[in-house]
Write a protein that binds this ligand. Structure first.
Ligand SMILES: *[C@@H]1O[C@H](CO)[C@@H](O)[C@H](O)[C@H]1NC(C)=O
Ligand SMILES: *[C@@H]1O[C@H](CO)[C@@H](O)[C@H](O)[C@H]1NC(C)=O
Ligand SMILES: [Cu+2]
Length: 729
């Protein structure tokens, strides 16, 4: 179990490559019970992908990659160049500072992020294929002796162009060194080893997790980079999350690399290992075969094209890139107008900007668990290679990420993102006429969508993040949640026992001695919509009850729409309410349809949730971006992260909530919409030992954007085009 001790948990996921195909080989039913026995082999549609992404060739391929688009992520060799610049003591014109040591950068100098410093928006918008590339620049966040620097490296002249010392509260995203070293410390700590002995636990079975400390306005914590470490027991199961060593919390100073506080606040026996392992190989008895092997066939190959990071599919074009913090960033999404053939811009940039996951247990070992996963851990850094056939269907194309380690060296994160066409048997539009007329309409069109997916495993939890594009111009953003609950051990075996002992559980008893603690998930999206151009307005079309004029109708009420164009940021703050409904749109006031409606995209909320925490609760102060469901801000390239750039132990001074206090004008200009997908999670027994996926979503829907239904002139499916299958005996 050595790997458990040293590795961060997220790295563990890399090892858990399950041979799920075995599932389908169970002999409960014959393989082809139905009608189709031998379908035509799919054509060579996968070959080009496979040749591009042969195992072992990933790094070689990444080394050869050149940027093709101004928004392309830093390439492998560009990251190497950054490393060279930072290790060369004479390159920094201003300070002559040596940012990185030549032979690694252990201890006092640590890199936290290296990513593309995107060119100015106007330069990106003006750029066309074939034009010279705007200057490539890297943004580097690093810490030298406790000081946070943000450095811009010019990759053409290979110099440090600017250097900014950050003096506010909050520190950079953790790097793997921070997490690895923190989780290794308990097993060298005498008090902890003593506690293991007295609890009769084998230290070789112990796995420790680095848990962000949050910020609680505690004087002695100011100015320190602290992280809490709690441990779990892997004896008898691979699912150590279900066996917390409850009641021991260690505080690590990440800069001193030391446990500075050891707190033993409780001694609760370990929950049982039985029933916690969810791996196929750990299952005993019959494995269910609930359905036959299934996959989507595309006999003529996929209909999308990926050129570097540019994607073309149906009437859509967009740019997509893996990102250490956001997971995936969609840029310059534009849809082709069926009447004019012109590509019309919809979304300049969209990504998951920040998460907030507060747990609802105020006791010693739990109160601080109020994670902001994107800024604290790096949502993209937690994206593990996707598992073909099960994470993404067989017809998926995979994209690798190139990230940087704490020493500044690039490395490839294979299969980090997938793109595929999805057909779930849904209908894009239809009409069949009932026999009230002589017309025989039998018109129906299948709904096919294009999905861009990343999956972040932030320690125990898995977030499946989809950007789904429809041919009718709609974009659906979906967040699926699966993985493993954070559970708390209790000495009680049943709900009754706990009730009799008058113990507040702060959650649901999932199994003997195991409580799934209540918590929320909030995912706040940054949506720089550019509806047919950059200058847009945010409009609330409020649905309000009206009264017919006295004596004009037998009706006493109806409802209509009152249009409210947001003038300043205050008008852009939205709290949803079923009884105060509205359509929320981003419109282009200068562009109208032929009949005179301003062209718009509507933001369609899905089922969502608002935070119930008090506004003055420290976690809520830091996560004040969840105080409203929507915010609208004027475009500002330094306002991209809803909770701030330096979110670790931040004080809430750099949140979208603070920025909007300036109440800046937002009418008829480049604006950014912030939308939060929320989910109150009261765990239930079905969430044990691994959660069935829960999905929430929202949509960006064209609204008077097209002159009419944009997919009338499209083909239905024809039998003759589908794989020819023969009947089985
Ligand atoms: C370091 O910087 C100096 C001065 O700009 C330059 O001459 C030298 O080539 C650089 N070394 C490397 C390894 O880039
Ligand atoms: C852009 O954002 C930064 C960070 O919030 C702020 O300091 C600056 O004043 C903003 N610029 C404008 C023009 O609002
Ligand atoms: Cu949850």
């Amino acid at each position: 179990m050595k790997y458990l001790r040293s590795a961060v948990v997220c790295c563990l996921a890399l090892v858990l490559v399950l041979a799920v195909q075995v599932w389908f080989r169970q002999p409960h039913f014959s393989r082809c019970p139905g009608w189709f026995a031998s379908c035509r082999e799919p054509s060579s549609l996968f070959s080009y992908k496979l040749s591009l992404f042969q195992k072992g060739s990933r790094e070689e391929q990444a080394k050869r990659a050149l940027p093709q688009h101004p928004l392309d992520p830093l390439t492998f060799s560009e990251i190497q160049q950054v490393h060279t610049v930072l290790t060369n003591s004479s390159v920094s014109a201003k300070t002559n500072r040596k940012y990185l040591r030549k032979a690694g950068s252990k201890l006092s100098i640590l890199l936290h992020a290296v990513s593309l410093e995107e060119p100015d928006k106007e330069d990106v918008l003006a750029w066309k294929k074939g034009d010279p590339m705007p200057t490539r620049k890297a943004s580097v966040i690093l810490m030298v002796g406790g000081t946070v620097y943000r450095i811009i490296v010019d990759l053409t002249s290979l110099i440090v162009e600017s250097e900014e010392v950050y003096q506010g509260a909050g520190t950079p995203t953790l790097n793997f060194d921070d997490m690895n070293s923190a989780s290794a410390l308990p097993l060298q700590h005498p008090e902890f080893l003593e506690a293991l002995k007295s609890r009769e636990l084998d230290k070789d079975e112990v796995a420790c997790l680095p848990l962000s400390n949050g910020w609680y306005n505690v004087k002695e914590e100011e100015g320190k980079r602290l992280i809490k470490v709690q441990c779990f027991y892997a004896g008898g199961t691979s699912n150590f999350y279900m066996r917390p060593i409850e009641g021991i919390t260690m505080v690590v100073d990440m800069d001193l690399r030391k446990i500075v506080k050891y707190i033993e606040h409780d001694n609760v026996p370990l929950p049982k290992a039985e029933g916690t392992d969810f791996r196929l190989s750990a299952q005993k008895g019959d494995i269910l075969k609930l359905f036959n092997t299934i996959s989507l066939e595309q006999p003529d190959g996929p209909s999308f094209f990926v050129d570097g990071h540019n994607v073309k599919w149906a009437n859509w074009e967009f740019h997509v890139k893996p990102d250490y913090r956001a997971g995936a960033i969609i840029s310059q999404a534009a849809v082709r107008d069926p009447l004019t053939g012109v590509l019309r811009s919809v979304l300049y940039k969209g990504f998951a900007s920040e998460l907030f996951v507060p747990y609802m247990d105020p006791t010693e070992g739990w109160f601080f668990k109020t994670y902001m996963d994107a800024g604290e851990y790096g949502f993209g850094l937690m994206c593990m290679p996707l598992q073909p056939l099960n994470d993404c269907p067989r017809n998926a194309h995979y994209m690798d990420g190139v990230f940087v380690d704490a020493d500044g060296k690039p490395y490839v994160r294979p299969n980090m993102l997938c793109i595929f066409e999805s057909y779930a048997g849904d209908v894009a539009w239809r009409h069949t006429e009932s026999p009230i007329s002589d017309y025989e309409y039998k018109e129906s069109r299948p709904k096919v969508t294009l999905v861009v997916r990343v999956i972040a495993s932030v320690a125990n939890y898995d977030y499946i993040l989809d950007w789904q594009f429809q041919t009718d111009g709609l974009i659906r953003v979906k967040v699926g949640m699966s993985g493993i609950l954070m559970v708390k051990a209790t000495s009680h075996d049943t709900v009754n026992e706990a009730n009799e002992a008058n113990e507040e559980l702060y959650g649901t008893m999932l199994a003997e001695r195991t409580i799934g603690v209540i918590h929320d998930h909030f995912i706040t999206f940054y949506l720089d919509l550019d509806v047919d151009g950059t200058d847009n307005s945010f409009v609330q079309n409020k649905m309000v009850r009206k009264k017919p004029a006295e004596g004009s109708s037998l009706r006493k009420s109806y409802w209509g729409v009152e249009k409210l164009v947001a003038k300043t940021e205050d008008d852009g703050k939205v709290k949803l309410s079923l009884f105060k409904p509205a359509d929320y749109t981003v419109m282009n006031p200068k562009k109208k349809t032929k009949v005179g409606n301003p062209v718009s995209y509507k933001i369609v909320p899905g089922k969502t949730a608002g935070s119930l925490l008090a506004l003055d609760d420290p976690p809520q102060i830091r996560a004040a971006f969840t105080n409203n469901q929507m915010w609208v801000t004027p475009y500002n390239r330094s306002e991209e992260y809803a909770g701030g750039l330096y979110v670790y132990a931040s004080h809430g001074e750099e949140t979208v909530s603070r920025w909007t206090r300036r109440d800046r004008p937002i009418e008829d200009r480049d604006i950014v919409l912030w939308y939060t997908v929320g989910f109150h999670h009261v765990p239930c027994q079905e969430d044990f030992p691994v959660m069935p996926t829960v999905t929430e979503s929202f949509e960006l829907k064209p609204t008077n954007f097209f002159e009419a239904n944009p997919i009338i002139k499209t083909y239905p499916n024809y039998e003759k085009d589908l794989p020819q299958c023969t009947f089985s005996a």
